[in-house]
Design a protein around this ligand. Sequence first.
Ligand code: NAD
Length: 513
Amino acid sequence: MEEPPLLEREPETNIFGESMAVFHAAADLIGLAPRVRLELEQPDYEHIFYVTAQLQDRLVPLRGEAAAAYERLPPSVIPNRAAITPLFNGKLILRPEALRSGSIHIQDGVIRLGDQGLYRIEPGEFARFKAYRVQHNQARGPYKGGLRFHKAVSLDLFNALAAEMTWKTAIADVPFGGAKGGIRMDPREHSKEELESISLRYMYRLKQLVGPNVDIPAPDVGTNPQVMAWLLRQYSDGERERHNHRGVVTGKDVRIGGSEGRAKATGQGLAYCVEEWYAQRGLTPAGARFIVQGFGNVGSAAAEILCKMGARCVAVQDADGAVYDPNGIDVGALITHVHANPQNLRRSVAGYGGAQPIAPDDFWSVDADICIPAALGDAVTGDVAERLEVKLVAEGANRPTTTEGDKVLAERGISVIPDIIGNAGGVTVSYYEWIQNKRMEHWTEGEVNARLERAIKSNYRLICDIAEDRPRRSADHDSTGFVLGKRLPMRLAAMVLALKRIEAHYMLEGFSQ
Ligand code: NAD
C-alpha cells in the first residue's frame, strides 16, 4: 500500500500522555472515583477528517539556471496591484484579473515583474488538508475549545489541548466541557479567499458535530474573528431562526455578535492574575519588568494591559526574531509594526526599529521580574528554566512549560501562574459572548471586564488557598471544600479545583447506562 504523504501522517509523540501526568497526580491526591478517572482519562470523541479546497494560481520565484533562459523576457506591467498578494514565503497569489490589463509578456508560463524578477506561474490546484476536532468531556456543559490552524498539529496534541479545556472551563467555573481542533496547514501560505474556502469546507464537515448547545469553537493560534465569521455563516446560512445559531462560535467580531473585550480577554485575564499575584505580596505590577514570548493575540494584549498597569516590557521574542530594550519597549508602536503593517508579511517583531534586535535564544536570559510565555507549547524547558532571571512565570500559552521545566522552576523558587488559570480569561469572556448571543444582549466593555476581573481573581484565590493549604470562608469566597490539608504546587492545586468541580457532576448525577 502507498505511504500517506508526510503531512497527513500522525507524528509519533506523546504530548497527551505527558500532559495527563498532573491529572493523575491530582486524581491520586483527591482519591478521584475510579469510574470518573476512566471517563476523564480519554476523550469522548476523536474526529479526524479531510477538507479539500481549490487553490489560486501562484507566482513562484524563478532563480539560478532555470532563470537564464528568460533573460530577454521583457517586464510585464500590472496596474492592478491588488490582484497580486505577496505571501510570507516569497510566492505571490495571482488573481486572473491581474492579467486583464496593462502590458503582459508570458513565455512558457514565466513572467517578469518589473524589478521583482522572474516568476513561474503555478496553476492553482486542488489541495487536501487534514482536519481535527477532539471532544474531550461534556460533564459540565457543551464542549468548548479553540481552533488551531498550524503546521505542527496532530491528534496527540489536540487530545492534550482538549483535555486542558475541560480543566480550564471547570477552573473558570463556566458551564462548558472541553474540546479543541483545527487544520494542519500554515495560514500564512494562503490568500484570504483560500482561507475562506478552507474554513467553509471545515465547517461543512463539522456541522453535524458542533452547535451552540453541543460544541462551540473559538479562535486559537492561526485563527481569528474573520475565520469565526466564515464558520458562523457556513453553519447558519439557510437555517430557520438563523439568529439562534449565533452562539455556535465565540471570538466573533463585535459587529456580528462578538463580545466587547473578547479580543483582549486572554491577555486581560493573565494581567488580572499577575495583578493578584502582586496584591498578595502587598504590591502592584507598577514598575515590574516583563519579557513576553509570542506577540500574537495573547502576548500583545497581555503586554499592552500590563504596561497600562505601569509595568515595563523589556524583551519580546516571536517565531522570527527577538527585540530588547532595558528602558521599556513602546508596546503600542510594536503592535502597529506587527499587526497593522501590510509590509510585515510574517507579522513579526523582527525589523522593529524602536528596540535592539537580539538573538532569539538570548531572550530567555534577559533580566526581568515576569516571564510571559504566550506562543506555543514546551517553550520553558529545563534548560530555559535554568536561565530565566525572573520571579514569576505567568503562562499565557497552553502547556508552555515542560515537566522538567516545572521541576527547575520549583527548585529555583520561581512562582508560576499555571496556564489553566492564566489564560482562562479567553474562555470566560467566550462564555459571556455565548450568554449575550442567547439573550440577544450587548454588554459594555466595562461590564465585561468587571465580571472577568471578579471571576478570574476569585478562582485564582481559590487555587492559591488550595496551594497554601489555607481554608477560608467569607460571604463571597469559600475554599473549605477544596483544600487538602497539605501544601501543593500551583499547577497541582489548579487541577485539584478542576477535578473536584467535575467530579461533583458525576457523583451527583451518576452514570446513564
Ligand atoms: P497567535 O497566532 O495570535 O500568536 C502566536 C505567536 O506565537 C506569534 O507571535 C508567533 O510568532 C509566536 N510563535 C509561534 N511559534 C513560535 C516559536 N517557535 N517561538 C517563538 N514564538 C513563536 O496565537 P494566540 O491566539 O496569541 O495564542 C498564543 C498561545 O495562547 C497559544 O498557546 C494558545 O493556545 C494560547 N491561548 C490562546 C487563547 C486565545 O484567546 N487566543 C486563549 C487561551 C490560550
